[in-house]
Design a protein. Sequence first.
Length: 131
Amino acid sequence: MRSTDGQGVDVVLEMSGSPAAINFGLDVVKMGGTLSLLGLPAGHAVTIDDYTRNVIFKGVRLQGIIGRRMYGTWQRMLALLRSGLDVEWVVQATFDSLADFHEGMSRFDKHEALKVVFFPEGEAAAQKRLR
């Protein structure tokens, strides 16, 4: 919110299905903004914190996105992870600020990083939210 002078972001792309991430997305999306939801939450349900403020009064557009083979590929990936597939190497660059956005995207564009992750409020704060 500091990076947007308290206005929030236009669009949030939530791909984890984590209730904490979904609610964080609702906290930071601006009035009239869009929250695109791709991730599947465990148990198929999410509790939205402060629904009145973060959805109704903000006029947020919630957009569900579904892929043609999404469930099959999720099940296959879960099986691979359970069998010990190492995916830690996929995230090849992390940044603790959106101020580094252009640097991160440049590394991605130059194929110097396969996946770039931004922690707008810092990685420690993001990890704390997930607990």
